[in-house]
Structures are given as structure tokens and as C-alpha cells.
Design a protein around this ligand. Structure first.
Ligand code: XMP
Length: 325
């Protein structure tokens, strides 16, 4: 198939257009796949979730979804994937909790690109092992979208860590490959996926791994996950989640002194990052109301074990990147 979006293809901006796109895709997926099985790495991100929902509609249990929990996902994410796809959509879903494996491999690795490589390679290894356990898989579904093909997408450009070995090269099913992100969201919404899955902020493949700075430790990772959950909760309550493109916390690998329960503490700080951007190539920091910053600081320092300070990063991109690693 050609890798160019057809010139006469309408932009999918309405539910009606999404419905006809879905109908067309169901037809062509059925023609392509026939009675064969299709494998999908389902991360729970927008693109793979929409592909999953579309394929479940088209071929039901012929789709085998594999959700690999690399231990670097945000709080509640694996649970939501299981709830939405297994419980609600009755998908054929294999859940692999590989957290220990990833964290063992990452022990002592502190260089950002090295961390990405370890995570990427291990991910492929785990996925490969799962694929080998299955029989009669003929196709691999992927959440490729048009910006990935145009290679202007800064997000998936980071995924370059090699692929599955030759003997596991399946024919590809890429139903979203001519869609832009906003169109994927309309399709996802029309397919009945929950708003917090369809409209969620970008989340890097290496996940919390590049936000737990330096060599990852379990205690700091846990503090990072909890502080990120508080930040997301407060952004949702205040409506900021609809205005800010990407927002998250970061935990550095140094401590500072403080006072907790009338005693001296020596604990980690947590950094808040909240940016707006059009294409992730440049970004501006968001002006967050002071009262919200204070509330988040108060909650994080009270509720998160091992954290005694909260900082707000005021750096645009450039000079800072959006992520800290
Ligand atoms: P930076 O930090 O380069 O981030 O300003 C730009 C956008 O890309 C995301 N990002 C990644 N996404 N794998 C990904 O899938 C990665 O390794 C990765 N690194 C950064 C980042 O979250 C932001 O949206």
C-alpha cells in the first residue's frame, strides 16, 4: 500500500465521518486478515488503544493484545487497560507484569540515552517472548499515524531501538496510518473509548524512566508515581488538564534538608513541569495560578513518602527540553 495520504481524503472532524472511516476500515481489515490472528502491543496510549478498539470491532478474538507493564507506567494505567479492554470490550488480552525485569536491567544505568536503549530493547525482548508463546499469528497491528510516516513526529522518532527478529516479521495492519492525531481522537471517541484515554497527554515510551533522573531506584520511582498522580488529579480538578499540553513531575537524584513533624528531614525534591506546544519542537511554560501550585506542593509534601520540597520549572524549550532526560 502507498504511504501517502490520499489527496481526496476528508479530514475526520465529526463523529459521522469517523463512523464511515470505521466502517471502511472494518471492511478492509476483514479482507486483509480473513480468519488469521493479529498481534498488537497495547500500551494504553491513544494510538494503540484506538487500533485495539477498531480491531476488536472488526475481528473480535482474532486480535491478541499484549500489554507489557515495564514498571514505568503512571499510577492506574495498567489497571485501566485491563478494565477497558478485557472487562468492558472482552478483548483477548495478555497482561505481562515485567516490572522487576526492567528495574533489574536498569539498575545503575544513569545515562538518559542508555536508559532509553535498555528499556526499548527489553520491551522488544518481552514482546518477542510473548509472541513466540502464541501460535498461528500472521499479522502485527501497529498504531502508526501519519506524522510517524512523515517522520516529523518527534514522539515516535525516539522509538528507534530495532525491531522483532526476522522469523517474527509479520505482515502489518496499520489502520490509522493516514490519520493525524486529532482525527485518531475523534475515531477513538466514536469507538467508545473513555475520554481520559482518548484525550490524554503525550507520554514517552520509556515512561517514568526518564523522569526518575539518573539511576532509577524503586523508592524514588514510587515517590515519582505518587507525585505525578497528585499533579494529574489537581490539574483535572482545576480544569488545567484541558489547557496544558503536557504536565508531569520529575524526581532528581539528590536530597535536601527540611523539617517534618518537628524533626529534621533529608529527602528528595519533586519538580513540576507544565508546558504548551504545537509540535513539541518548541514549548512555552504554562502560567499556573499560584494557589494551585501551593495546593499541589502542600499535597505532595504531605502525602508522598520521601519528598520534602516541590519546585516549578520555568524553562521554555529551548533552552530546556520538555523531558528532563
Ligand atoms: P523533549 O524532551 O525532547 O520531548 O523536548 C519532546 C516530546 O517527545 C516526548 N519524548 C519521548 N517520547 N519516547 C517517546 O515516545 C522517548 O524516548 C521520548 N523522549 C521524549 C516528550 O514527552 C515530549 O512530548
Amino acid at each position: 500500500m502507498e504511504n501517502k495520504r490520499p489527496v481526496d481524503m476528508l479530514r475526520i472532524e465529526t463523529e459521522e465521518l469517523a463512523k464511515s472511516f470505521i466502517d471502511e476500515q472494518i471492511k478492509s481489515i476483514k479482507e486483509q486478515v480473513k480468519d488469521k490472528k493479529v498481534l498488537l502491543a497495547l500500551s494504553g496510549g491513544v494510538d494503540s488503544s484506538v487500533v485495539a478498539a477498531l480491531l476488536i470491532k472488526a475481528i473480535g478474538k482474532q486480535l491478541v493484545c499484549v500489554h507489557v507493564n515495564h514498571g514505568l507506567l503512571r499510577k492506574g494505567e495498567p489497571e485501566q487497560v485491563i478494565e477497558v479492554f478485557k472487562n468492558q470490550m472482552d478483548a483477548n488480552l495478555i497482561y505481562v507484569d515485567a516490572s522487576d525485569r526492567f528495574l533489574d536491567k536498569l539498575k545503575g544505568v544513569n545515562e538518559p540515552e542508555e536508559k532509553r536503549k535498555v528499556i526499548g530493547k527489553e520491551f522488544i525482548r518481552v514482546f518477542e517472548e510473548e509472541a513466540r508463546k502464541l501460535e498461528n499469528i500472521s499479522f502485527l497491528a501497529q498504531g502508526t499515524i501519519y506524522p510517524d510516516i512523515l517522520e516529523s513526529g518527534p514522539v515516535k522518532a525516539h522509538h528507534n531501538v530495532g525491531g522483532l527478529p526476522e522469523d517474527l516479521k509479520f505482515e502489518l495492519v496499520e489502520p490509522l496510518k493516514f490519520l493525524f492525531k486529532d482525527e485518531v481522537r475523534v475515531v477513538g471517541k466514536t469507538l467508545g473509548l473513555p475520554d481520559n484515554m482518548v484525550y490524554r497527554q503525550p507520554f514517552p515510551g520509556p515512561g517514568l524512566g526518564v523522569r526518575c533522573l539518573g539511576a532509577i531506584t524503586r523508592d524514588r520511582l514510587e515517590a515519582l508515581r505518587e507525585s505525578d498522580a497528585i499533579l494529574r488529579e489537581e490539574f483535572a480538578i482545576s480544569g488545567l488538564s484541558k489547557k496544558v499540553w503536557q504536565y508531569f513531575t520529575i524526581i532528581p537524584d539528590f536530597k535536601s534538608t527540611g523539617i517534618k513533624d518537628d524533626k529534621r528531614s533529608y529527602e528528595w525534591p519533586v519538580i513540576i513541569r507544565a508546558v504548551n506546544t504545537r509540535d513539541a519542537m518548541t514549548a512555552e511554560i504554562e502560567e499556573i495560578p499560584f494557589s494551585i501550585l501551593k495546593k499541589i506542593t502542600d499535597r505532595i509534601t504531605k502525602e508522598v513518602k520521601g519528598v520534602n520540597r516541590v519546585l516549578y520549572d520555568l524553562t521554555p524549550k529551548p533552552t530546556g527540553t520538555i523531558e528532563w532526560e
